[in-house]
Design a protein around this ligand. Structure first.
Ligand SMILES: Cc1cc2nc3c(=O)[nH]c(=O)nc-3n(C[C@H](O)[C@H](O)[C@H](O)COP(=O)(O)OP(=O)(O)OC[C@H]3O[C@@H](n4cnc5c(N)ncnc54)[C@H](O)[C@@H]3O)c2cc1C
Length: 381
């Protein structure tokens, strides 16, 4: 490996690592990104690419998501990453669900959102929605990119336009600046941000262990073009009992009790519904949540059936053919949505612990880079 010195080395080329590289490079720093795989292959390319504001935990996460959405919009424009969808439609199919939606709209998080009567939604969405649809929450705040192409495009743009150096197929096994020991030799850097995703053991294992993190395995599907075009990403009642921005509202407990009785299998497999549509018309649909110390490769078919059943209930249409299936894993904490740890003065360990890294990564990165480099980075944030 040629001897080079960087201001910042970022470990991990997932969306969180790339966000840190982006913010630092824009602030004029010489940045290296070091990635174990040939390219990002983990949660960051397996997700919905749904940059979600509405439904994020009230307070810091919601504000980080709003900022991240704005930075994504700029980065997508610069890197020629298509925004596949804008906004979110969330169904309410019972009086309890409608009460949560109304309560949400009355909070500061409801700013810019609106409630659509069932008929108004059907008019906007080509007749979608089953007979029991009461109303729909519409949020204009979300963006959706196709992660499997957007993450490689973001990586290439960082290299070509912002001068970021990428070292792939390289494992970092000691990240103590000014020297990082890697499987291909030494890289010199004045500061390090470690963004290891769900790798809790290669770097700072003891510090990570102190946070008591777990892992969550999710099942995802790609469905054939259903013949209709969604006006935005679609979520359903189950999400109101899962996403903390809704689920923490007092009205959500009655809804959760009802949903647990009506759909016990969905709760057993941690299923809620997101339907995102790509330029080819195909649908990215998920997901389930299984929490395990070591999530195995075995995804229960029953979870997939729960996802497809909820799709049918939310859209009022049968699910199209399944074209692809995959799983993904992310880090989880019970007490925080992300962690920023400081193993030493010029090292930060950053892990998103709530399955929201695409939605909060840029906002978190601005804080971390500002903290590491002071005003230089913050001025560009
Ligand atoms: C199925 C699924 C759906 C999701 N949907 C959404 C969504 O729609 N919206 C949203 O906001 N979030 C979503 N999430 C969560 C989001 O994808 C994650 O929070 C985010 O991708 C985490 O990014 P990361 O960069 O921290 O981790 P990762 O994407 O896991 O990347 C970490 C990288 O670090 C590398 N690495 C680790 N250790 C080392 C080392 N020592 N040396 C070299 N390389 C190393 C790994 O190889 C890996 O590439 C979803 C997640 C899943 C699994």
């Amino acid at each position: 490996m040629a001897s080079q010195t960087f201001d910042l080395a970022v470990v991990g080329a997932g969306v969180v690592g790339l966000a840190h590289a982006c913010v630092a490079a824009k602030a004029g720093k010489r940045v290296a990104v070091i990635e174990r795989d040939a390219r990002a292959n983990g949660a960051s390319i397996r997700n919905f690419g749904f940059i979600t504001v509405t439904g994020q935990e009230r307070g810091a996460s919601w504000r980080l998501a709003r900022r991240t959405r704005d930075v994504w919009a700029e980065a997508a424009r610069a890197a020629n990453i298509p925004i596949e969808q804008r906004g979110l439609y969330l169904t309410a199919r019972s009086a309890e669900a409608a009460a949560v939606v109304e309560a949400f709209l009355a909070t500061e998080m409801g700013e810019g959102c609106r409630i659509l009567a069932a008929e108004a939604f059907r008019a906007e969405a080509g007749g979608l929605g089953a007979a029991d649809l009461v109303c729909v929450l519409h949020s204009p705040h979300e963006l959706r990119v196709e992660s499997r192409t957007a993450i490689p495009a973001l990586t290439a743009w960082l290299q070509e336009s912002l001068g970021v150096s990428l070292f792939n197929e390289t494992v970092v096994f000691d990240a103590a600046p000014p020297r990082l020991a890697t499987s291909r030799g030494v890289i010199e850097a004045g500061a390090v941000v470690v963004c290891p995703g769900e790798d809790f053991v290669t770097l700072y294992a003891e510090r990570i262990a102190a946070y008591g993190l777990r892992k969550c395995r999710l099942s995802m599907l790609k469905l054939a073009d259903p013949g209709f075009r969604l006006p935005g990403a679609l979520m359903s009642d189950l999400s109101l009992a899962r996403y903390r921005g809704y689920a923490a509202l007092p009205q959500a407990s009655a809804l959760e009790a009802r949903l647990r009785t009506e759909h016990p299998g969905a709760f057993q497999h941690g299923v809620h519904l997101i339907v995102a549509q790509g330029a080819d018309g195909g649908l990215i649909v998920g997901d389930s949540h299984h929490y395990e110390h070591l999530p195995g490769p075995f995804a229960p078919a029953a979870a997939e059936r729960e996802i497809l059943d909820e799709y049918a209930r939310a859209t009022g249409r049968p699910a199209p053919a399944v074209l692809e299936r995959w799983t993904g894993v992310y880090a989880v904490a019970d007490d925080r949505t992300y962690l920023i740890d400081t193993p030493q003065a010029n090292v930060r360990l950053v892990i998103v612990t709530s399955g929201t890294g695409a939605s909060t990564g840029f906002g978190i990165a601005e804080r971390v880079i500002g903290d590491l480099f002071g005003q230089t980075a913050e001025a560009t944030a």
